[in-house]
Ligand binder design. Structure first.
Ligand SMILES: [Zn+2]
Ligand SMILES: [Zn+2]
Length: 352
């Protein structure tokens, strides 16, 4: 194939991106080429677009960014065995080396030589994209493309909740972005007794409530929430799922965590910060769990079961669906402080 495709390319090491025509990539022997049907914008993409410190230290340009997608396989490399032309797939973002200790012991998602789609190599904000066979997840043909596209972040929430044993527990979910909202729905479905949701954006707190949060707390407006939660739960929640990661969020999370409680850490702080380990972990006897990515592929099977059985409807988290040709408008909305958004999905419009 040697035609051109439309792609969102980060050409320069500065803020912005361009939606331009470029060459359709060729899959290598262990990759497939997909015709992208839908893609969605992640926090990572916002960092790359705005070119923050992390992006400047990690990203080499030019780069087609984006990693959340679904598409139809149109070509397969000569070594590809499990995927065929016509398959409808979503992509796991973590590309493992298959040879290191973690890869060989069932933890490919934490590979020592991890390559991330749309970060360390070209991604999927394009009409076509190459995906390694190991990262292809076959969808049922009936799965709507918007939902197929958001399974990757939905999977972050599934992995976080499943590791945290929330059933019959009083829990707090910190953060109000798409993954926190998914975590509210999944925790509810997994039988969390009470879900407190702490966030800052009324629009996003509403989505979290729709997904299953019992109590939503706007931390910018409510100054007494820590004392109140500790009081209402007789000493703190059993489990905290931290989907925000910044210093105030982490400190709030430990403040409302009961002794011997579980703190599950998924959110990523923009920079290292000072933290009282003795008070928050040692004296509290806290259990700490770190979450990165999704288990390959335990989490994906769980995602499928949750979606197939309709245990959770992820749709309230999709705040906008736009055509891919509006990519720049969509990502400008995603990074804007004034326009409320949650998960933004971009649909490919077939060419005439
Ligand atoms: Zn993502
Ligand atoms: Zn590895």
């Amino acid at each position: 194939m040697s035609q051109k495709m439309l792609a969102a390319i980060k050409k320069k090491a500065s803020a912005g991106a361009e939606l331009v025509e470029t060459q359709i990539p060729q899959p290598n022997t262990d990759e497939v080429l997909i015709k992208v049907k839908a893609c969605s914008i992640c926090g990572t993409d916002k960092h790359i677009y705005t070119w923050d410190k992390w992006a400047a230290s990690r990203i080499s340009t030019p780069l087609i960014f984006g990693h959340e997608c679904c598409g139809e396989v149109v070509e397969v490399g000569s070594n590809v065995r499990s995927i065929k032309v016509g398959d409808y797939i979503s992509a796991e973002t973590h590309i493992p080396c298959l040879h290191c200790f973690q890869c060989k012991t069932g933890n490919m998602h934490l590979c020592q030589n991890l390559v991330i789609l749309g970060v360390d190599r070209d991604g999927i904000f394009a009409e076509y994209a190459t995906i390694p066979e190991i990262c292809c997840w076959k969808n049922d043909s009936t799965l709507p493309t918007d939902i197929a596209s958001i399974q990757e972040p939905f999977g972050n929430a599934v992995y976080t909740v499943m590791e945290s044993n929330v059933s019959a527990k009083k829990i707090a979910i910190i953060g109000d972005g798409p993954i926190a909202a998914f975590a509210c729905g999944i925790s509810k479905a997994m039988g969390a007794a009470v879900i407190y949701n702490l966030g800052m954006m009324p629009f996003n707190l509403d989505i979290c409530r729709k997904m299953g949060a019992n109590f939503s707390i706007n931390v910018t407006a409510d100054k007494k929430y820590i004392e109140r939660i500790i009081d209402e739960t007789n000493g703190g929640v059993d489990v905290v799922l931290d989907m925000a990661g910044n210093k105030p969020a982490v400190n709030d999370g430990f403040s409302i965590l009961r002794r011997m409680g579980t703190f599950t850490s998924f959110g990523i702080a923009p920079a290292p910060f000072e933290f009282d380990m003795a008070k928050n972990i040692v004296f509290k006897g806290a259990r700490i769990i770190g979450i990165n990515g999704r288990k390959m592929f335990d989490t994906w099977y769980q995602i499928k079961n949750i979606l197939d059985s309709k245990l959770v409807d992820p749709r309230p988290v999709i705040s906008h669906i736009l055509p891919f040709t509006d990519f720049i408008k969509a990502i400008d909305m995603a990074v804007s402080a004034d326009i409320p958004t949650s998960k933004i999905v971009l649909n490919m419009i077939p060419k005439n």
